[in-house]
Design a protein around this ligand. Structure first.
Ligand code: PEP
Ligand code: MN
Length: 445
């Protein structure tokens, strides 16, 4: 195997899937060149820290909570949105930490989640067929021929939107907003008035009492001031990801400096594909999605190629089988990987195997299916004596109506009210919090 970091041309020569067809190669090359000169968004040392936390989760000493939008959009990269996303993840994390007494590794699907793989290259509405929307990194969501043309300038827009989101996240997580003593202020009016919000308030008061006790005995409360929060996205567009990959001066190895954790999607994980070739060179902690078509041998071959030194924390398998398939499909993969002594952190994506379209034309998921897949994931690992290391969810800090079921008993007709996702349906704030309480129960048992 050639171990030099491949050029963009070499990666394209392999034939990368899910890439846009740009019509202006000169504009594309200019955008890539500009990107190559942009400062890093994250530091290699931070990626290393996350890698050791993911390793801890793989050993059962921590639990990973990864969450955020299916697809971020430039229009939604506002201060309010970022704060709302952050606080729902902080709420979920504190529920998991407190109820299950386990440290939670917090990773946002944000500051870079702008490119989407699509199952079809085109989208048809009525008698009009246009190129599919591939995320704001590529083209516009508006259903017009002009908007759907891939525009290389958008790659630079991704960089700038990600930089401003991450800057705000860093300010929030180190500047006091994420201080555990703020546990009550993360709860919004809306959530507070729901049953799960009340449960959260009660837990928040217990935490406050515990903190007051520690203060009284003279413990150092500065520990509670900030949190480690990491960014992640699917590294899909080779132009962007390659330009944002730099050789780290300490280790002389390539790091993707556009996010701490990057993953390979279900549609681009071919063993001989361009994405696997690109990812195997990165020194970041990386993920790879595995769906129901993945065989135990596929998983083993991917692990051998993506983590040849069998380093702990480097490779996370993100399984997304669907509630109906996880109990039958997952054990084979876990057994094989475990029997071969391969180090992998397992996390459950209970979203992507559970998507369906309603009769009124919405892409949705059932809250009950989402929870059932996580339960299946825990059951399989408990039965095999292996470690359920975390969850990856698509959620938002807003009160959207995109996923049916849950305590609010949202039904299909209710989807019309606030369906705002441009790609996949997300858990709203209440559903996110409900999920955290339920997963905390699973972690405890
Ligand atoms: C996603 O995470 O939004 C996604 C497209 O997932 P998958 O690759 O598992 O289909
Ligand atoms: Mn998605």
């Amino acid at each position: 195997m050639n171990d030099a970091f491949p050029s963009l041309e070499q990666l394209h020569a392999i034939g990368a899937l899910q890439q846009p067809t740009y019509s202006d190669p000169v504009a594309l090359a200019a955008a890539v060149e500009k990107l190559r000169n942009q400062p890093p968004l994250v530091f290699a040392g931070e990626c290393d820290q996350l890698k050791s936390s993911i390793a801890a989760a793989g050993r059962g000493e921590a639990f990973i909570l990864q969450g955020g939008d299916c697809a971020e959009t430039f229009a939604e990269a506002t201060a309010d949105n970022t704060r709302n996303k952050l606080r729902v993840l902080l709420q979920m994390a504190v529920v998991l930490t407190y109820a299950a007494s386990v440290p939670v590794v917090k990773i946002g699907r944000l500051a870079g989640q702008y490119a989407k793989p699509r199952s079809s290259d085109t989208e048809t509405r009525g008698d009009v067929t246009l190129p599919a929307y591939r995320g704001d990194a590529v083209n516009g969501y508006e259903f017009t021929p002009e908007a759907r043309i891939p525009d290389p300038q958008r790659l630079l827009d991704v960089y700038h939107a990600s930089a401003s989101t991450l800057n705000l996240v860093r300010a929030f997580t180190t500047g006091g907003y994420a201080d555990l003593r703020q546990v009550h202020t993360w709860n919004s009016e809306f959530v507070r008035n729901s049953p799960v919000g009340a449960k959260y308030e009660a837990m928040g008061s217990e935490i406050e009492r515990a903190i007051a006790f520690m203060e009284a005995i003279g413990a150092d409360l500065d520990e509670f001031h900030g949190v480690d929060f990491y960014s992640s996205h699917e590294a899909l567009l080779l132009e962007y990801e390659h330009a944002m990959t730099r050789i780290d001066s300490r280790t002389e190895t390539p790091y993707n400096v556009s996010g701490h954790f990057v993953w390979i999607g279900e549609r681009t994980r071919q063993l001989d594909g361009a994405h696997v070739e690109y990812f195997r060179h990165l020194n970041n902690p990386i993920g790879c999605k595995l769906g129901p078509t993945a065989t135990p041998d596929d998983a083993l071959a991917l692990a051998a190629k993506l983590n040849p030194k069998n380093e702990e924390g480097r490779l996370t398998f993100i399984t997304r089988f669907g509630a109906g398939k996880v109990r039958d499909g997952l054990p084979g993969l876990v057994e094989k990987i475990t029997a071969e002594g391969v180090n992998v952190t397992w996390i459950s994506d209970p979203m992507h195997g559970n998507t369906f379209s309603t009769s009124n034309g919405y892409k949705t998921r059932r809250f009950e299916d989402v929870l059932d897949e996580v339960q299946g994931f825990f059951d399989v690992h408990h039965a095999l004596g292996t470690v359920p290391g975390g969850i990856l969810v698509e959620n938002t800090g807003d009160d959207v109506t995109e996923i049916i079921g849950g305590g609010e008993e949202l039904d299909e007709a209710g989807l019309v009210h606030r369906y705002e996702s441009v790609v996949d349906p997300r858990l709203n704030r209440v559903q996110s919090l409900e999920m955290a309480f339920q997963v905390a129960e699973m972690l405890r048992s």
